[in-house]
Every structure is written in structure tokens, then in C-alpha cells.
Ligand binder design. Structure first.
Ligand code: DGL
Length: 275
């Protein structure tokens, strides 16, 4: 398929977390069309093996490019950490450029920390891949980084849990090592976490700055589209549509709650592959 400006920007995540990135795109590039895939049948990505994640990311990249996309955005830190290169390779074969998270947050965190102590909250897969460690080291500031694998946090958000005391206690336990390390900047290294930023900010305190990916990814998307002359023409609002690989009703309910916009009819897609 020829990659042209009338095609949508494709965004994917394991669930609703990537909506935090999509929201920034919708605000920054309102005239673009978007297609968002939540790979809910494979949620969570954060505890998957590297091999499983790489296979799945290849399937998704292939599917979204074949369906038509002018830019592919990996709006999931776990997929980025384990399989960014796979997504980029598959998309490049279709003439589509790829953007992802991790790099932008590392750059922002390194730029805004005052005491050089940075905390990371992320899934076990992201922490194990060491992607943030490398990205922060690459900033060349000799930063002190405290990483916490927040195993249960994304599943609690994706389950649409009532944010009761149990959730707060779990979040508190993940934030404790960050307090102890006296960090002044915390990277929310999972696209689900900005959805509970108010809770995390209260636990960490006002002086700790939270870093998320959405804004920087949207700015990068604008640069790529302009550089390739692929940006939408006209100044009206573009369309967006949603796909998911498991139950449509729960995705619609949760997605509407978090995006705070109507999702429209959500399409179920079956990508096959191993669970
Ligand atoms: N949104 C995914 C990420 O950014 C995490 C959720 C999951 O474990 O699938 O890592």
C-alpha cells in the first residue's frame, strides 16, 4: 500500500495505557486520523518473555501497516523495551516510520532533574530489558537511577479497579524505594501509569516531578510527518477508531472512562498467534 497523507497514524499498546499517548496526539495533531489497537487478549505485556513479545509486536506491526498507516507508534514501554527494533523493521518494510516511548522520557528526566537522582516505575519486562538504564546512561550526566518493577500496577489499572486502599497501598510500596533514594524526578515508565498520576503524585509529594512520554512523542510525530510531507491537510478534526483483541464491551467501558471521549464502535480483531 502506498503511504500517503490520507492514511491514519496507528498507535498500539497491550490495553488502555496507550490512550495516554493517543490523547497527546489528539491534542497536538487534531487534524490527523488515528487507529488505536489495544491488544487486550495478550494483556499484560509486562510479564511476557522477550521472545513472546517480539513475536506479538511483529504480528501487530504487520497487521496495522497492511491495514494502512502512515506512521506507527509503539505506545507501550514493555513492547518498546523488548521489541522496538522488530516493530521498526516490519514497518520499514512497508515504508512506514516508527516512533516509540522510553527515549523521550529519558531525555526529559535527565534535563529536568536537579539533584541527579531519578526514579523509574515500570513493568518487570521494561526493567529487565535495561532500556531506561541505557537511555539514561546515554544522557551522559552520571545520573543515579533507582528502578522499581511495579508488577501489579498496570494490571490493577487495566482491570478498572476501584482505586481503593489496597491499590494505594500497592502503589505506596512501589514508591517507597524512590522516597528512600531521595529522587526528585520519577519516570512513569509504563503508559498505564499516567492514568493514576494524581495518586502517585500524592504519594511521592509535590516536589517530585513526574515524567511521561505522550507530549514528546506527539512532537516527534509532528516532525516526522512534516519531514516526510505526510501531515494531514486542512484544519478540521480528524477521525479516530479503536480496535481490540478481546472483549469489546470492557475495552469500550474502560477506554471511555480514561480517554473521557466517546470511542465510537470498537472493532474486535483476531490476530491469531500464540497466547
Ligand atoms: N502499557 C504497558 C507498558 O507501557 C504496560 C502494561 C502491560 O503490562 O501490558 O509497559
Amino acid at each position: 500500500m502506498t503511504v500517503g497523507r490520507s492514511l491514519p497514524i496507528a498507535v498500539f499498546d497491550s490495553g488502555v495505557g496507550g490512550l495516554t499517548v493517543l490523547h497527546e496526539l489528539l491534542v497536538s495533531l487534531p487534524s490527523e486520523d488515528y487507529v488505536y489497537l489495544g491488544d487486550t487478549s495478550r494483556f499484560p505485556y509486562g510479564t511476557k518473555t522477550r521472545a513472546a513479545l517480539r513475536d506479538r509486536v511483529a504480528e501487530i506491526a504487520e497487521f496495522l501497516c497492511a491495514r494502512g498507516a502512515k506512521l506507527l507508534i509503539v505506545a507501550c514501554n514493555s513492547a518498546t523495551a523488548m521489541a522496538r527494533d522488530v516493530a521498526a523493521e516490519v514497518a520499514a518494510a512497508a515504508g512506514v516510520e516508527t516512533l516509540s516511548v522510553i527515549g523521550p522520557e529519558a531525555e526529559i528526566a535527565a534535563a529536568i532533574t536537579t539533584n541527579g537522582r531519578i526514579g523509574l516505575l515500570a513493568t518487570p519486562a521494561t526493567v529487565a530489558a535495561g532500556a531506561y538504564h541505557r537511555a539514561l546512561e546515554g544522557q551522559g550526566r552520571g545520573l543515579d537511577v533507582t528502578e522499581v518493577a511495579a508488577t501489579d500496577l498496570a494490571p490493577m489499572i487495566q482491570a478498572g479497579s476501584q482505586f481503593d486502599e489496597g491499590v494505594v497501598e500497592t502503589a505506596r510500596s512501589y514508591c517507597r524505594p524512590l522516597h528512600e533514594a531521595n529522587v526528585d524526578t520519577v519516570i512513569l515508565g509504563c503508559t498505564h501509569y499516567p492514568l493514576v498520576a494524581p495518586m502517585l503524585q500524592r504519594i511521592l509529594g509535590r516536589d517530585v516531578r513526574l515524567v511521561t512520554a505522550g507530549h514528546a512523542v506527539a512532537a516527534a510525530a509532528q516532525r516526522v510527518l512534516e519531514g516526510r510531507e505526510l501531515q494531514a491537510l486542512g484544519d478540521g478534526e480528524g477521525d479516530y477508531r479503536f480496535l481490540c483483541t478481546a472483549d469489546v464491551e470492557s475495552f469500550t467501558e474502560l477506554g471511555t472512562r480514561f480517554l473521557q471521549m466517546p470511542l465510537g464502535p470498537v472493532e474486535h480483531v483476531d490476530l491469531g498467534g500464540n497466547p
